[in-house]
Structures are given as structure tokens and as C-alpha cells.
Design a protein around this ligand. Sequence first.
Ligand SMILES: *[C@@H]1O[C@H](CO)[C@@H](O)[C@H](O)[C@H]1NC(C)=O
Ligand SMILES: *[C@@H]1O[C@H](CO)[C@@H](O)[C@H](O)[C@H]1NC(C)=O
Length: 388
Amino acid sequence: MQGFVTFVLILAFLSPCLCTMLNVRTTNGIYNVMQYGARGDGKSDDSKAFFSAWSSACKAVGTSTLVIPGKIFMASKIHFSGPCSAKILIQLKGKIVAPSKAAWRGGSEWINVEYVNGLTIDGNGEGSVLGDGPTWWQCPRCSRPTMLHFHSCNDLNVRNLRILNSPRSHVSVNMCNHATFSYISISSPATSPNTDGFDISHSNNILIQDSNIKSGDDCIAVNGGSTFINATRVTCGPGHGISVGSLGGNGANDQVSDVHVRNCTFIGTQNGARIKTVPGGSGYARKITFEHIVLVNVMNPIIIDQAYTLSTLDTAVSVRDVTYRGFTGTSYSDIAIDLKCSSSGCFKILLDQNNIVSAQPGKKTSSFCRNAHGIVRNTIPIVPCLSN
Ligand SMILES: *[C@@H]1O[C@H](CO)[C@@H](O)[C@H](O)[C@H]1NC(C)=O
Ligand SMILES: *[C@@H]1O[C@H](CO)[C@@H](O)[C@H](O)[C@H]1NC(C)=O
């Protein structure tokens, strides 16, 4: 009997440890911002309620669900910061609106998510974040905030989210590893300044898929320190297309490799697939693939722009191992393939199975190269300027 009691006591003592060891979820807390004092009337500042709900969800054990119900929440600033002991799911069923420009408290981001691992944000098809872009865009020189900033978030999953009218970039991803963005809809007018869709820097293994991005600047910009960045089934336009770079600005050493853009569509964009570097910088852009790209009236469907200057002192970011395969559709300008490399040259460029015709009836597309080396197969326009 005593042995049995001892056994039960030991078991009772050990089971929480066993649970932790076996990673059994010990709680499944629901944290609804309404229970933390949010008003959801679209006017009151719900920042504090969001912060309290997040703090509780973050401190919990197991899986926490932060619920933002189907109302309109004005929040002057949102800071979701880790590390968290719980794995968090944010269910965003409602709308979060930014404060007006006049009420802005300053800083470079509005919604700042940092140091959180394993976070999922699900907009559930209805969830939106709405910026006060129009009042900011009138002041391009103001220091305008990014809407949604992820910093040091690993294993991040964001889906079913609408993001509208950011004062500046809509989503920035910095120092994150393994993030997937799916079914994201971003929308700002063509005339809105610096409103990149996604801005990625110093991050690895990022996938943006099944999304639609309308903006006044880059659809997706892949900046220095990024590897394994993929965009799949993304539709861009209006905007400036998908861009690797600018790299090497202010003499920086910027390195980008393993970028895969596939099954994307560009509609009326300034560029399609762009690689842009600035003279005076160093580093590289390499192993970049753009394939199965549909173009509708795109100004510069394929462009490498190393902003070549005649100064022999200029260093350059090196560009090599770049594939353009399966581009089809129309170019707005005559030069559909424009490869302007620095004096040190771009190497291992492969143009394969492309068919880019003019959007203007009766016109022909052409190509231009400077210091570009590589191979062309089955491509319209012909690219006789590419050397081995
Ligand atoms: C990106 O695409 C490459 C090439 O298909 C693949 O190896 C890699 O796993 C993909 N990465 C992500 C994060 O989707
Ligand atoms: C991309 O499109 C091609 C050709 O239309 C198709 O065969 C392929 O399955 C698609 N891949 C993805 C990842 O969507």
C-alpha cells in the first residue's frame, strides 16, 4: 500500500515534467482583446488592450490564441514582442486601423513584431490592416512609417491578410528565418511613394505565395543579406515589379543568393524581373531564377541595372548565375531585355524559352546588353548582344 502511494506521488510529481519533455500542450489559452479592454469602435485607442492580451498570451505555456474579433480597432501603435514561452496564433477577424498622421506618435513602424518564434497570423479571409497612407503620401519627405515590420521572427506564418494604404513599405521582413506569407493582398495606388509590397533584408528561407500586390513601388524587394527567397504565384501591378536590390548603396557589401521567382504575373508594372546595384558597393547577386512569368504591358520586363558610371574607381556588386526562363507576354517599351552590367561584367546569364512581344501592334521588341555574358536559347526578342 505504502509502495503504491509512493508510486502515485512520484507519478504526480513527474507528470508535469513528462508533459514538458514530451511537449504535450498543457494549456490552450484563448486571449480575446475584448477581455483586455479593447473597445473595437474604430476610434478609441486599443493599443493597451492589444499589448495586455499579447503579454498574457506570450507568457502562457503551450499554444495561445490571440483573438481579434470582427470589429474595427484603432491602435496608435502595436508592439508584439517575444521571446514567448507559448506558441502563438493570432486570429485576426476584424480590421486594425492606423492612427491619423496628426495622431502619429512617431517611430519607423506601426505594427512591430519581433523576437517571436513559431508565430502564425491568420486573417481568416476578412482580417485587414489599414494605413492612413493618403495623408502621408502628400508629404514624401516626412519620415513615414512601415506598416507591418517583422524582425527576428523564425518559423513565421502569415496568411489571408489584407494590407492597405501604407505610408511607406507595407511589410518588411528583417533577420527572419523560415517565413511563409500566403494569400496576402496588398493594395495602394500606383502614385503612392515608396510603398513597397514586401521588403526583405538579412533573412533566409522566405516564401511569398498566392498573393496579389498593387503598390506605388516594388512589389517585392530583396535586399542585402538574403538567401533562399521565393515568390510563387504572386501577381504584381501596378508597381515596380520584383527587384533584387538595390544592392551596394552607400558602399555597402550586400549579398543575395538563391532567389526563385516563379509563376508570377506582372500587370502594367514599371519592371518585371529586375536586378539593381549601385556603383561603389560590393558583394553579389547570384543564383537568381525567374521562371514562368506572365507579362502584361510591362515597361522593362527583364532588366539588370548596374547604373554604370565611367569612373574606373567604382567597385560593383557582382551579378552571376541568373536565369530567365519562360517569360511570355507583352512589353510596353521596345527594349524588352535590358542587361546593363558594370565594367566588371555579369556572368552566366541564361535566357531560355522566352517570348516577349510588343504591346503596341506592329512594333517589334529588341534587346540591349552591356558587358553581359551568358547563353540565349529560344528567346524573342533575339539577344545577339549577349557574349559567351
Ligand atoms: C525555394 O525554392 C527552391 C528551389 O525550388 C527550393 O529549394 C526551396 O526549398 C524553396 N524555399 C522556400 C522557403 O520555399
Ligand atoms: C508553374 O506553372 C507551370 C506552367 O504553367 C506549371 O507547370 C507548374 O506546375 C507551376 N508551378 C507552381 C509552383 O505553381
